[in-house]
Design a protein around this ligand. Structure first.
Ligand code: NAD
Ligand code: ZN
Length: 365
């Protein structure tokens, strides 16, 4: 049981295939798109250990010759040095301008291989086979690719759409639970920003899904991709609706900045707390019912995600410090912080006129 979502229009349209066991069909899905029957797979060691043989077998069965470039797992690979090495390695394989490479991994592999594809020979095609929940619901959709710099994450990059996305929910079985949960925070985000019924469904099915229920996983990935694709299509260059995807991220990024990027806090864990705080602040401002914020916190905690900064942060971290991180965020303009607030679950909107004092006082509580 697989579903496909059509993204974009005309010549740039591509499909996201979603379902359990799709890796076995990757060769068949890829073959018609290739100019010649060969490709290069970019992956990382964890994904290679668990799933590269299956992907190779599927490609071989479709008559596709595949070589693999295996990266060190982790954010450090998404660097200038990692990018240079990957481009040289890809060029070693004598890629043609019409060839397609396959990004097989989480967001790190997808962002890096996508950026290499965007720039190698001024742009070659690529397919995404995302293997983390975060990559399946977020980073593989929307066309953002890039690398980190010493000034911050994702500051060098390009928009480059894939030609094909294959999200096999079965590969998530080998993903560490903490990573699965971090991706789940982004799934919850979609419900909270624009689909209250989806959030209600997650309250019922979320736990089964995290325990590996394949139908529930496929349905959640599909709904998430559908929402992201629709928002991104409405707004390819991030001016209006695309900002809604940052729900929970203003607070989340501040927590990440405070705790450092060394694994103490995963991005999705920061987002989980941020989602709750965005609704708590909305309630404080009289925009949303306080009961909505409570419902969100209850669900996040029920699945094992954090919902509030207490416990994550030490005693010496106050509202002013977190607020300071927010004004440093790359999305803040002239010190004005863009917030995504809500009029209730499923009804998020963007605003940049929340008074600094209000936010600081809110964070101090
Ligand atoms: P990741 O790619 O680092 O993967 C997390 C960990 O899981 C890694 O250790 C990886 O080796 C391992 N792993 C991946 N799939 C596995 C599997 N099936 N089984 C076992 N282990 C597996 O992290 P991520 O959370 O997928 O992605 C984070 C990155 O995505 C960040 O760099 C972030 O900036 C980027 N991102 C990009 C976008 C975008 O729009 N392009 C959106 C959100 C996030
Ligand atoms: Zn995010």
């Amino acid at each position: 049981t697989a579903t496909a979502i059509e993204v974009g229009l005309g010549a740039r349209a591509y499909r996201i295939h979603i379902g359990a066991g799709l890796l076995a069909r990757a060769g068949g899905l890829l073959a018609p798109l290739l100019g010649r029957p060969s490709t290069v797979i970019v992956t990382d060691r964890n994904v290679a250990d668990a799933h590269l043989d299956s992907l190779r077998a599927s490609l071989a069965a479709a008559g596709i010759a595949a070589e693999a470039i295996v990266l060190e797992p982790g954010e450090a690979s998404k660097s200038f040095a990692g990018y240079a090495r990957l481009c040289e390695d890809l060029l070693d394989h004598r890629l043609d301008r019409h060839d397609m490479i396959v990004a097989f991994g989480g967001g790190v592999v997808g962002d890096l291989a996508g950026f290499a594809a965007a720039t190698l020979k001024r742009g070659i095609r690529f397919a995404q086979i995302p293997t983390t929940l975060l990559a399946q619901v977020d980073s593989s959709v929307g066309g953002k690719t890039g690398i980190n710099t010493r000034h911050g994450k994702n500051l060098v990059g390009a928009f480059h759409q894939p030609d094909l996305v294959i999200a096999d929910t079965a590969v998530l079985a080998t993903l560490p639970r903490r990573e699965l949960l971090a991706g789940y925070a982004e799934v919850v985000k979609y419900g909270l920003l624009g689909d209250a019924a989806f959030f209600g469904w997650l309250e019922q099915q979320g736990r089964d899904m995290l325990d590996g229920d394949q139908d529930a996983l496929a349905r959640a990935v599909a709904r998430s991709c559908e929402m992201k694709a629709e928002i991104v299509a409405a707004d390819e260059r991030e001016t209006g609706r695309r900002a809604l995807l940052n729900l929970g991220h203003t607070f989340g990024h501040a927590l990440e900045a405070e705790l450092g990027y060394d694994g103490r806090l995963l991005h999705g864990e920061g987002v989980a707390v941020g989602l709750h705080l965005a609704f708590a602040l909305s309630a404080r401002l009289g925009l949303a019912p306080a009961a909505d914020a409570d419902r969100i916190a209850a669900h996040l905690r029920a699945v094992g995600l954090p919902a509030s900064p207490a416990g994550l942060l030490g005693p010496d971290c106050d509202g002013a410090r977190l607020y300071g991180h927010m004004t440093q965020d790359k999305k803040a303009r002239d010190g004005r912080i863009g917030f995504i607030l809500a009029n209730g679950i499923g009804h998020a909107f963007q605003t940049d006129d929340v008074a600094a004092e209000t936010v600081r006082a809110f964070l101090d509580d």
